[in-house]
Design a binder for this molecule. Structure first.
Ligand code: CP
Length: 336
């Protein structure tokens, strides 16, 4: 597919192809020289209208590991602050010969507009738009879940701390993923619900009633308001950042009340099955949705998710820009 705007753009086969390709890319990261020549001569532009640490750095690392030329554009300090439109910025990037534009924007729908406008000819990748979607985050989360929960030879859960196996070729059928917190403002939650459902997982959202989006009944998941009831049946629990910057204070309980009812602390973590993992997309509010003790525990995959993000973003850029797998990779040998 030319663009990646929504997790809904991906069929199960598409998603499994990205996850399997990311496994190949992770093998590159384990080599002494972490670079492939596959996108030499191609140009990837990171177009960021909103702050980012993980997504921007990992897209840059991914493109560089594939030998692409990378242009990093931040709206802060650019002519956007003088009022330049998305269209004129896009036309400028097109003039620079962008083969792919990775865009983060505070407005939901901006990546779709860029992809359908005709202003640029290359691929568009949504790196997070408003409260809408963040499809590569969902892919790296699915990759992380699959490595932990789909790697056992018998298809059963991998005990926590055991070697995960590569999980290649497996989806997440029957796995139970619980996503907790500020669903209303979360593009991560929406993309994860769509992708995890496509991969066969069963998703439950847990949130205060004021932080559940209108129309959630049409999402392919369940909704609960009782975290303690859901945790014992979860294979993975994904804690969402409380997005105070997008929030009307009237809709938010006190921080202490939020942490008491919806935060993950050591006592709640102990209620999870032994094999279950704790996930967080970052950035974290330590002491709010997750305690420091849980964030720093070996069950928390937050840092591993960041590393997996580089492999996933390498896979997405490689598949969209048509690079070649290393000749010695199993997938290349199999003619993929
Ligand atoms: N998870 C995530 O999107 O983090 P950043 O905002 O730091 O990119």
């Amino acid at each position: 597919k030319r663009h990646l705007i929504s997790a809904a753009d991906l069929t199960r086969d598409d998603a499994v192809l990205v996850l399997d390709t990311a496994e190949e890319m992770a093998r590159v990261a384990d080599r002494p020289i972490k670079k492939l020549p596959t996108l030499r001569g191609r140009t990837v532009v990171n177009l960021f209208y909103e702050d980012s640490t993980r997504t921007r750095i990992s897209f840059e690392a991914a493109a560089k590991r594939l030998s692409a030329d990378v242009i990093n554009f931040s709206a802060k300090g650019s002519s956007v602050s003088k009022g330049e439109s998305l269209k004129d910025t896009a036309l400028t990037l097109e003039a620079m010969g962008a083969d792919a534009v990775v865009i983060r924007h505070p407005s939901s729908g901006a990546p779709h507009r860029l992809a359908t406008s005709g202003w640029i000819k290359g691929s568009v990748v949504n790196a997070g738009d408003g409260t809408h979607e963040h499809p590569t985050q969902a892919l790296l989360d699915a990759f992380t879940v699959r490595r932990h929960l789909a790697g056992a030879a018998d298809g059963g859960p991998v005990p926590h701390g055991a070697p995960a196996g590569d999980g290649t070729g497996r989806d997440l059928a029957g796995r139970r993923i619980t996503i907790v917190g500020d669903v209303l403002h979360s593009r991560v939650a929406r993309s994860n619900v769509l992708l995890l459902n496509t991969l066969g997982a069963h998703v439950t959202l847990v949130a205060p009633p004021t932080l559940v989006p209108i129309g959630v009944e049409s999402w392919p998941c369940e909704v609960s308001y009782d975290l303690d009831a859901v945790l014992p049946g979860s294979d993975a629990v994904m804690m969402l950042r409380v997005q105070r910057e997008r929030m009307n204070a009237a809709f938010f309980p006190t921080e202490r009340e939020y942490a008491r009812r919806y935060g993950l602390d050591a006592a709640r973590m102990a209620a999870l099955p032994e094999h279950a993992i704790v996930m967080h997309p970052g950035p974290m509010n330590r002491g709010m949705e997750i305690t420091a003790e849980v964030a720093d525990s070996e069950r928390c995959t937050a840092v591993e998710q960041v590393a997996n993000g580089v492999s996933i973003r390498m896979a997405v850029l490689y598949l969209q820009l048509g690079g070649a797998l290393p000749a010695d990779s199993p997938a290349a040998a199999a003619g993929a």
